[in-house]
Ligand binder design. Structure first.
Ligand code: ZN
Ligand code: ZN
Length: 399
């Protein structure tokens, strides 16, 4: 027998429950006044010929043979200009996403956001460089800031064997970095040293964090006062790949290389190079503990962390994600509160959502909403530091 209205009662109940969940007096009071800076956002293009997350094989700076001289990333020798007209379909797609992104930022009281190409590897189908984002940055009216290198420098690192870096590779890398500096980018990114694959349409990429080209990037970044945005799984020593990652994507290898020792060598290499390790709180290996982060923050003054809080559905699935920042009720766990208050000037927020002309892509909205919700619930002075003051200082921007 049909039960009219049963489904709508369930939907209404769920909507009410989630409204209660998202409401809190601290959050409501945080809606006026401070205005955050999000250090890590992406745009995606629906209308363009490029499709994000095309199937591919992934790349590795450790294991792939030295690259050929041709590159799909050098379509033009012209220096990028913010006045360049939007004339390619994918550029239009990114520009069309600006309105929705600004609206979503308004909703969470985010004043400015850094927008960047995700980390890519040489020959990745649908790869794009930061130049395709320039019209969108311009359309942001000063609220969107460019971070560049994920589509130009990262493929060079992924495509160059760490033991066989030729003088020509160094020259090419320097030239591409120079173009980024001239483009008005506030940081280099999104770079990766270990990026695991989450679905068959996603990518596995790995290169040692102390790869000679990462060391070179540290020197370039330091002498130009630009931080480096880094995506990297925490792996303290070589480990068997967690079963959930093997099941999620056949491109993940059976073992994951260590990243933390290499990161520490990279941090020691040039203390004037600032690294912003992104996606803190999204732990796919089980190694991203508050103990490890606390030690790294104490020992490496040039390391900064940007948090990405998981959605409430994910945190409710106990055991699937370890070392989460919030508990299933959406509250920051005591050990993370302690870490944030012990190092308030070392944390930022990186929502890590993909926004297109129709709004958020898939479930990427959750990390943006949850990250800002959690930070808005912090007490002052930690809240101001984490939400915008540290970003202003590290990226040398003003909101
Ligand atoms: Zn990203
Ligand atoms: Zn990332």
């Amino acid at each position: 027998m049909k039960k009219p209205g049963f489904l709508s009662v369930i939907v209404a109940a769920m909507t009410f429950a989630s409204a209660l969940y998202f409401y809190s007096p601290e959050y409501a009071s945080g809606l006026t006044g401070f205005g955050g800076i999000d250090t890590h956002m992406h745009l995606f293009s629906i209308s363009g010929k490029r499709q994000d997350h095309n199937p591919n094989r992934g790349g590795s700076g450790s294991f792939r043979s030295p690259h050929t001289k041709t590159s799909s990333f050098t379509r033009t020798k012209q220096p990028p200009s913010l006045l360049r007209p939007s004339n390619a379909p994918e550029e239009e797609g990114y520009t069309n996403a600006v309105g929705p992104l600004l609206k979503l930022m308004d909703k969470r009281n985010v004043a400015k956001a850094m927008v960047m190409p995700p980390p890519q590897y040489r020959g990745q189908p649908g790869a794009y460089d930061y130049k395709a984002l320039l019209p969108a940055i311009q359309a942001g009216g000063g609220r969107l800031l460019l971070v560049a290198g994920g589509g130009s420098l990262n493929p060079l690192i992924m495509g160059t064997n760490a033991d066989k870096v030729a003088p020509q590779d160094i020259e090419t890398f320097k030239k591409k970095a120079e173009l980024i500096i001239k483009s008005g980018a506030v940081a280099f990114g999104e770079m990766t040293a270990l990026h695991v694959c989450m679905s068959e349409r996603h990518h596995y990429m790995a290169a040692p964090p102390d790869h000679p080209l990462f060391l070179l990037l540290a020197d370039i970044a330091a002498s130009n006062g630009m931080p480096i945005d880094l995506h990297m799984e925490a792996v303290t020593e070589k480990m068997a790949t967690p079963q959930k990652l093997l099941e999620a994507c056949s491109k993940n290898p059976h073992t994951l290389p260590p990243t933390i020792p290499g990161l520490e060598r990279l941090l020691q290499h040039n203390r004037n190079a600032i690294f912003v390790w992104q996606h803190i709180g999204w732990d796919n290996t089980g190694h991203m503990t508050t103990e490890l982060l606390n030690r790294l923050l104490h020992e490496h003054p040039n390391l900064f962390l940007s948090i990405r809080v998981l959605g409430w559905q994910q945190t409710r699935l106990e055991g699937r994600f370890r070392n989460t920042i919030t508990n299933p009720q959406g509250r920051i766990r005591p050990e993370w509160k302690q870490l944030l208050s012990d190092h308030p000037g070392r944390f930022m927020v990186g929502g890590d959502a993909f926004v297109g002309e129709t709004g958020f892509k898939n479930k990427s909205s959750e990390s943006f909403k949850e990250s800002w919700r959690a930070i808005n619930n912090l007490l002052e002075p930690a809240r101001s530091k984490v939400s915008w003051k540290t970003a202003e200082q590290v990226y040398k921007v003003h909101k």
